[in-house]
Write a protein that binds this ligand. Structure first.
Ligand SMILES: [Zn+2]
Ligand SMILES: [Zn+2]
Length: 242
C-alpha cells in the first residue's frame, strides 16, 4: 500500500525533473546529487576532525583535551561535538533550512552529524536526544523547531529516542548573534525549565542544535538538565565558528 501511494508522487517528481531540472540549493547550478547540492558546494563543507576540545568541539592543534576557553569556564557539558565549520555552503544551507523552510536539507545535516557522532563511543550510552528548545511564539512564527527536525532525523539512525517535551524555553530572549559573550550568558540565564523531572532522572542526554557559537545557550540547557538530576549531558551541533 505504501509503495502504491508513493508511486504517483515519484512519477510526478520525475516529470518535474524533466520540465524543471533540479538545481543546487546553494549556487543554483544544475545538479543531481542526493542532497540537492552540487559536488562543488558539497566539497566546500569542512568537517571538524579530531583532535577537538572535549567540552566545546573546537578544533585543537595540540594534545590538550580541552581548549583555553573551556579550562576557565563553568561547563555543565560532559562532552560535546561539532560536525563542521559554520561557513560557506553549510551556512547558506542552515539559513535556507531555518528561515526559508527548505526542510529537505535535513538529510545532509543528519549525515554530517551521524559521521561525527559515530566516531564518539561515549554518546552510545545516551538515553535521550533533546533538541535545544525555542520559545513557543517563535515556534508558531516558524511552525517548527529546526533543532527538533534535525534531532528526529538523527534519532531514527541511532535508535535513541527524542524527548522534545520536557526541556522547555519559558521566555523570549534576544537573538544571541546580536550580543557579546557576557550579554549572551545573561540573556539566556534562567530561560529554560525541565517540565517533568522524573523524565531525565539519572539519564544521559544528548542536546542537539544547529549552530554553536559561544555555547551560552547549550551550557544553560545543560545546567538546567543537571539541576533536574541528569547524569551526563553531551551535545552535538552541526556547525560552529572557528
Ligand atoms: Zn552548488
Ligand atoms: Zn573548548
Amino acid at each position: 500500500m505504501t509503495t502504491l501511494l508513493k508511486k504517483p508522487v515519484s512519477l510526478f517528481k520525475a516529470f518535474l525533473d524533466i520540465v524543471l531540472p533540479p538545481v543546487c540549493y546553494v549556487c543554483g547550478k544544475p545538479c543531481s546529487g542526493k542532497y540537492g547540492l552540487c559536488e562543488m558546494c558539497l566539497e566546500k563543507i569542512r568537517r571538524i576532525t579530531p583532535p577537538a576540545c572535549a567540552k566545546c568541539g573546537r578544533k585543537l592543534h595540540s594534545d590538550v583535551s580541552i581548549c583555553g576557553d573551556c579550562s576557565v569556564k563553568n561547563s555543565y557539558i560532559e562532552k560535546g561535538w561539532c560536525a563542521c565549520y559554520y561557513e560557506g555552503s553549510i551556512k547558506e544551507c542552515i539559513h535556507l533550512f531555518k528561515y526559508n523552510s527548505y526542510l529537505g536539507l535535513v538529510d545532509i545535516f543528519r549525515d554530517i552529524m551521524l559521521d561525527s557522532i559515530k566516531r564518539n563511543v561515549e554518546a552510545k550510552d545516551a538515553d535521550a536526544i533533546v533538541p535545544v528548545p525555542i520559545y513557543s511564539t517563535k515556534k508558531r512564527e516558524r511552525a517548527y523547531n529546526h533543532a527538533e527536525v534535525i534531532a528526529r532525523a538523527i534519532s531514527k539512525n541511532i535508535s535513541i529516542p527524542v524527548d522534545s517535551r520536557n526541556l522547555k524555553k519559558i521566555r523570549w530572549t534576544k537573538s544571541q548573534s546580536e550580543l557579546d559573550r557576557q550579554k549572551r550568558l545573561e540573556n539566556v540565564k534562567g530561560s529554560f525549565i525541565v517540565v517533568d523531572k522524573n523524565a531525565f532522572l539519572d539519564k544521559n542526554v544528548i542536546l542537539v542544535d544547529d549552530v554553536y557559537t559561544t555555547g551560552a545557550t547549550i551550557n544553560e540547557c545543560a545546567k538546567t538538565l543537571k539541576n533536574a538530576g541528569v547524569n551526563k549531558v553531551y551535545f552535538l551541533a552541526l556547525a560552529r565558528g572557528a
